[in-house]
Design a protein around this ligand. Sequence first.
Ligand code: NAD
Length: 260
Amino acid sequence: MDLKDKVCVITGGASGIGYGIAKRYIADGARVVIADMRLDAAQDAADTLTAEGPGKAMAVEMNVTDEQMVDAGMQQVIDAWGQIDVLVSNAGVQIVHPVVDFPFDEWKKLLSIHLDGAFLTSRAAMKHMYKAGGGAIIFMGSVHSKEASALKSAYVTAKHGLLGLARVISKEGAKHGVRANVICPGFVKTPLVEKQIPEQAKDLGISEEEVVNKVMLGNTVDQEFTTIEDVAEIAHVFAAFPTNALTGQSLVVSHGWYMN
Ligand code: NAD
């Protein structure tokens, strides 16, 4: 299962899980596009990855909620490298509040980044994939695509929504060789999660240690965080798998937090 020279666009690729997937694809010899709203960070990431090789990386400034920026960014990739083989729609944020206190503008912001972002980037990438005769779309879901947690109404809603979009793309994309799958990680120590620990401690009235050991890892089989490398391994399989046999699926990688 080879990604050599494949063009792989990763949104939110300048940090955390997205960067880890980029690192894995670069090791596979792919051409990786770091599409992030933070252009400087994306450029730094692309330079570091290219230096690592054997693949190479380029940075594209992209706010995934902005239709024109997404379309222009994908065109920039086509102009540079002529094709888009893999899209990892990964950019995301977390905002936690009890439902009764959730500001509507923050609800809309989160849903827009996760759902508008997945839709806009898929739509733009799929047009090129259809012309080329195939491609792989990967959404970054979460255990919260399957489970709920207090304070995370917007996030849980968005992550459940990605399962639906992936299934529709699987059906529409099949005859064009386009596959869509969802990765559902448990807690991974990235800036997104580090930020949540003090916030949840405050909202739930418990210590930061209790947030980690009870809220985040309490239901795992071994009280361990999922790693970026674990997630990148699944991202490799979904990107490289060659047929429609593997489409419309969601795979949970969470130390047994969620078992289906
Ligand atoms: P992170 O904060 O480390 O990285 C997120 C990246 O997305 C950043 O580089 C940021 O600049 C970018 N970004 C944010 N908004 C954007 C926008 N509108 N347009 C383009 N780029 C934008 O976060 P992470 O933990 O690596 O999370 C990545 C994805 O993984 C998210 O979708 C998140 O929900 C999901 N996820 C994370 C965990 C976890 O425990 N960390 C678990 C399950 C799922």
